[in-house]
Design a protein around this ligand. Structure first.
Ligand SMILES: *[C@@H]1O[C@H](CO)[C@@H](O)[C@H](O)[C@H]1NC(C)=O
Ligand SMILES: *[C@@H]1O[C@H](CO)[C@@H](O)[C@H](O)[C@H]1NC(C)=O
Ligand SMILES: *[C@@H]1O[C@H](CO)[C@@H](O)[C@H](O)[C@H]1NC(C)=O
Ligand SMILES: *[C@@H]1O[C@H](CO)[C@@H](O)[C@H](O)[C@H]1NC(C)=O
Length: 496
């Protein structure tokens, strides 16, 4: 036997003797996800408007690794039939994709709806439904029309109404066929990342702009949710929520417990508490903390803008399920006196005086922020149930980042397997997790990392004008999972 055979043999044996056939319930759905700017290309096709990513990467081409951009990306604007075929190969029940706001509304406003933009998404939605795959549609995945960015973008409070107007167009066009909606993908990414020079609009404004954006994303989401409730739900009976990024945080020592709770409120609570908590509004501790900081810094108003009582009510409870994006876990500790802190959510926070670390017992993925601790997902799911009492959770993203494009992506398979196992445990505990949407269907334009890292079940050849897609071992594995409705197929992928 070769070394590989021995490993496979051991997996087979352990799978046989140690697992009772764990099968996901029939209502649990498997899917994969993508996002418009990361895959579509066709940046200037037909009458499409410019997005803030188009503008950023055309005017500052060095911002993304290797000067890359999404002008062509996976060329899904032309190759969407192949994308659907891949969903079929994978046996998916859900395909999550996003609509490009400037492709549908070139000016950003509903004064003109692009006929080609409209048809593109009609074709995609109809093509999926023909194959029995349910579309899960994100209205906004980071690609704001540049026209609206020029007017202040997410820092302008009027954007809540602009977004609602856009949402109404989308619900009107596709609401008869799309039953699961996500308004915003990761408002944390829109604001905390986008105003920290890590993403468009690529602004350095973590003190003020980031928090204006925070409040406005909450209002925009709420307005879109409410208008669906009033104008569309009676006819279409769909569900609306948003996708929230949650890294799971644990205290490094018992001494770090309090600062860990503050960290969770800071990076996660600011985007979840206003919507999902019973009382609504900002998480109290972080609001207090930031108000005090602003005073000390000489501001006359809180940097995190206060919600009025009316706004708290507007935002509170605007969800039909919880959409969770989860990738990894970090340990939190107080910074040592004089310690230098790299202020970036994967490493630490200067304002909170905290440093984030990996536990030594957690294996690292291919990048240093990616610790593999699947139990973190289980704890996360419990925390969401305990903290917000959510009755239904859909995992809208979970996936493994790689730096080489090896087709034998053994670690990704293991990552999926281990996370599904923890989801299974959570379901057994009575937590209503209704589906798992893997990030991502195929390699794509990974924002400022360009094409240097990949998350895809399918590899894409970006030097090939045809953008050929090739299944990785993880794609074969996942297609067994979706059909057998169980994760114990690690031994299968390797030999096909
Ligand atoms: C679209 O952009 C490409 C560069 O990405 C350029 O070569 C082409 O001329 C543009 N097409 C139109 C119609 O402007
Ligand atoms: C961002 O702004 C801060 C001050 O607000 C400044 O200290 C820092 O150097 C800026 N960073 C970059 C990369 O420009
Ligand atoms: C789980 O969520 C689904 C969808 O909302 C619902 O139909 C079902 O009753 C829920 N199950 C439990 C146990 O709460
Ligand atoms: C990618 O495509 C290019 C151009 O067609 C080709 O030369 C190259 O061999 C392909 N790479 C792989 C890994 O298939």
């Amino acid at each position: 036997m070769s070394y590989l055979d021995v490993i496979v043999f051991c997996i087979l044996i352990s799978a046989k003797c140690c697992s009772q056939d764990v099968v996901f319930p029939s209502w649990f759905k498997f899917g994969a996800a993508s996002a418009a700017y990361q895959i579509e290309g066709g940046w200037n096709a037909s009458d499409k408007g410019e997005s803030m990513w188009d503008k950023l990467l055309h005017t500052q081409p060095r911002v993304a690794a290797d000067g890359a951009n999404g002008d062509v990306a996976c060329d899904s604007y032309h190759l969407w039939r192949r994308d659907i075929e891949m969903c079929v190969e994978l046996g998916l029940e859900l395909y999550r994709f996003s609509i490009s706001w400037p492709r549908l509304l070139p000016s950003g406003f509903p004064n003109h709806i692009s006929e080609d933009g409209k048809n593109y998404y009609n074709n995609l939605i109809n093509g999926l439904l023909e194959k029995g795959i349910e579309p899960v549609v994100t209205l906004y995945h980071f690609d704001l029309p540049q026209s609206l960015q020029d007017l202040g973008g997410w820092a302008n409070p009027l954007i809540a109404d602009w977004f609602a107007d856009y949402a109404r167009v989308v619900f009107t066009l596709y609401g008869d066929r799309v039953k699961t909606w996500l308004t915003l993908n990761e408002p944390f990414g829109i604001c905390d990342v986008g105003y920290n020079l890590q993403q468009a609009p690529y602004l350095n404004d973590t003190e003020v702009g980031r928090y204006l954006c925070n409040k406005n994303t909450m209002l925009a989401h709420a307005k879109a949710w409410r208008l669906y409730q009033e104008e569309f739900k009676p006819r279409y009976h769909g569900k609306v929520s948003l996708s929230t990024l949650f890294i799971w945080y644990e205290p490094l020592t018992p001494d770090d417990k309090e600062v860990t709770e503050l960290t969770i409120e800071h990076w996660e609570g600011r985007y979840a508490h206003p919507i999902f908590s019973k009382e609504g509004g900002w998480p109290p501790r972080i609001q207090q903390f930031l108000d005090n900081a602003a005073k000390k810094e000489g501001y006359h108003r809180p940097r995190l803008p206060t919600f009025t009582a009316e706004e708290i009510e507007l935002v509170r409870g605007t969800y039909d399920f919880y959409g969770l994006n989860h990738y990894t876990t970090r340990k939190v500790r107080k910074a040592k006196f004089g310690e230098e802190i790299e202020s970036w959510p994967f490493y630490g926070s200067k304002e909170l005086g905290i440093v984030l670390e990996n536990d030594r017992s957690w294996p690292l993925g291919s990048v240093d922020w990616f610790a593999m601790y699947p139990e973190g997902l289980w704890k996360q799911l419990h925390w969401l149930k305990d903290t917000y009492g959510v009755q239904e959770i859909l995992i809208t993203e979970n996936g493994y980042v790689n730096v080489d494009d090896d087709l034998n992506d053994w670690k990704r398979m293991k990552y999926i397997r281990d996370n599904l196992e923890q989801i299974q445990y959570a379901i057994e505990d009575g937590i209503n997790v209704t589906g798992y949407i893997h990030w991502t269907l195929m390699d794509n334009f990974e924002w400022l990392a360009g094409y240097k890292v990949n998350f895809g079940l399918y590899a894409v050849n970006f030097t090939d004008p045809e953008r050929k897609r090739t299944p990785r071992e993880s794609a074969r594995y996942y297609s067994k999972v979706t059909r057998g409705r169980s994760y114990d197929y690690l031994h299968v992928g390797l030999y096909e």
